[in-house]
Design a protein around this ligand. Structure first.
Ligand code: ADP
Length: 397
């Protein structure tokens, strides 16, 4: 067994997975929710036992990890310390371009990046600190959401702002969902039976958060999210790209202050703002029932994705495959059909029956005569974090 524990700490949650990297099987997984609130909850799952559910106050991330370890004691699977703990860290700024073994200096640098991700990095740091205290002899690795995009050229990451101002405040495109884009790009190459180094891909991670990445030879060369995960595609509750003038307009004419605008753009916009629900399944139901707002929301959502694929085909100069992943990308045949329906100009041809078939496997949904392959690849961010964590620890001896 090579047990690798993957931790994804949010401000009031701790998601975890224990993966045996011998055969890449999941030994156990779970989620602690409502940390710090009155009614906390742990749900711990293993392949062969009933889910273990515990409710009660869980004051902080330390207590959360202790509950998780107690759950492991009851269900088995973690007799000794894990071989490596891999942590999802949202923002690595321009400092971290790959998975990094955490020491005091690295932790201090992740802390320095808090202004770039004030909601996420503090929680990720809390996760690292408690895992270090419980497993002091186990290497801890930070895997950054931004790292995959560190390969973008300046023409893709540079915003046309005054250089000195942007540089002083570290304002540039960073991009997110890196583990997912990296994982599905590799899986796509394997499925196509071609070296990743030879492929030009557009990967579409369409979940509650959504982003597109142009991947040339396995490296990100452009991506739709920016300084923050607010930019780019239309999402569940996030607006995606806007005319930046709208922000001043909302302030001057709408009387909203900055925090209110931030709240509107992050939590009240996207599908929720357009159709009243952030869940695309619900938007479909409403559209099917004749709700005009929901019909339009679907069009806006898919049109933005289609235009982004077109832009990235131009950025890459060639396109071998479009890869759909995450909750919507893996499950929503209608969205895939709408996106690809507009891409005939690039030689994209979907096979209707392949697109409609449901499966958990990596699969091709384009027709045999399509100039561009269209694939559905289920993402696995935890496995990618585990792979990268193990690789960097082994590389460091
Ligand atoms: P997160 O970013 O929170 O991990 P997910 O990847 O789970 O999100 O994606 C959530 C989105 O996926 C929601 O809009 C949901 O409606 C959509 N989704 C999930 N399952 C399905 C399904 N079976 N069919 C259509 N859409 C789905």
């Amino acid at each position: 067994m090579i047990p690798v524990l993957v931790l994804n700490a949010g401000s009031s949650s701790l998601k975890y997975q224990l993966i045996d990297m011998d055969d890449r099987s999941v030994t156990a997984s779970g989620l602690v929710e409502r940390i710090g609130e009155d009614a906390g909850r742990l749900e711990h799952r293993t392949p062969d036992t009933e889910p273990l559910v515990e409710e009660g106050k869980i004051p902080d991330h330390g207590a959360a990890l202790d509950r998780v370890l107690a759950a492991f004691e009851r269900t088995g699977g973690l007799a000794e310390a894990p071989f490596v703990v891999g942590h999802r860290v949202v923002h690595g700024g321009d400092r971290f371009s790959g998975p990094t073994v955490v020491d005091d200096d690295v932790l201090a640098e992740i802390r320095d990046l808090v202004p770039l991700a004030p909601l996420h990095n503090p929680a990720n740091i809390a996760g690292i600190e408690v895992a270090r205290s419980r497993f002091p002899d186990t290497p801890q690795v930070a895997v950054f959401d931004t790292a995959f995009h560190a390969s973008m050229p300046p023409r893709a990451w540079r915003y046309a702002l005054p250089r000195a101002l942007a540089d002083r405040l570290q304002v540039r495109r960073y991009g997110f969902h890196g583990a997912s884009h990296a994982y599905v790009a590799r899986q796509a190459a394997e499925h196509l039976g071609r070296p990743l180094a030879e492929l030009d891909l557009v990967t579409l991670h369409l979940g509650n958060g959504a982003s597109a990445t142009a991947v040339a030879g396995g490296r990100s060369v452009d991506t739709s999210m920016g300084l923050t995960p607010l930019g780019g595609l239309v999402m569940g509750t996030r607006s995606g790209d806007l005319d930046p003038g709208i922000i001043a307009h909302l302030h001057r004419e709408g009387g909203l202050d900055l925090d209110e605008i931030d709240g509107v753009l992050n939590k009240e916009s996207g599908l929720k703002g357009l159709a009243g629900s952030n869940d695309l399944r619900e938007v479909h139901r409403r559209a099917d029932a004749g709700d005009a707002d929901a019909v339009e929301a679907l069009e806006v959502f898919c049109y933005r994705i289609r235009c982004t694929v077109g832009a990235y085909a131009a950025a890459l100069g060639r396109l071998d495959a479009v890869v759909f992943t995450a909750g919507i990308g893996e499950n929503d045949a209608d969205v895939r059909a709408r996106v690809c329906g507009g891409l005939a100009v690039l030689g994209v041809r979907l096979d209707e029956a392949r697109n409609a078939a449901r499966s958990r496997e990596v699969r091709t949904i384009s027709s045999d005569d399509s100039a561009v392959a269209v694939l559905v690849v289920p993402t696995d961010e935890e496995l990618e974090i585990a792979e990268q964590s193990l690789a960097v620890v082994r590389a460091n001896g």
